[in-house]
Design a protein around this ligand. Structure first.
Ligand SMILES: [Zn+2]
Length: 98
């Protein structure tokens, strides 16, 4: 018997602080309706992915809003039924412009 899997995103995250790349399994329920944090395995820094419960923010946000507000670079891959979320927090975005 097949068990229905909870719909989820596979997220590949590159930490801006230590540049450690890690994968995280985030349910769609959590991403779109809950509050989601991922911990970087490299530096143990915690990154807010979504905050619909408004624990850390005063409004309902996702990582896409967070990065947009900071004016940071966001490279996103597929966001689909079986797709990946590819977030790459580009450290060059904070460096001085050439
Ligand atoms: Zn890190």
């Amino acid at each position: 018997m097949r068990k229905a899997m909870e719909p989820a995103y596979e997220m590949h995250f590159t930490c801006r602080k230590c540049l450690h790349r890690s994968s995280h399994h985030i349910t769609k329920q959590a991403y779109h309706h809950g509050t989601t944090l991922v911990t970087c395995p490299g530096c143990k820094n915690r990154h807010l992915i979504s905050d619909h419960l408004r624990i850390f923010s005063d409004k309902s946000i996702t990582i896409e809003d967070i990065l947009r507000e900071k004016g940071e670079f966001l490279k996103k891959g597929r966001l689909g039924e079986d797709g990946d979320i590819e977030f790459y927090d580009d450290p060059k975005g904070e460096a001085k412009e050439g």
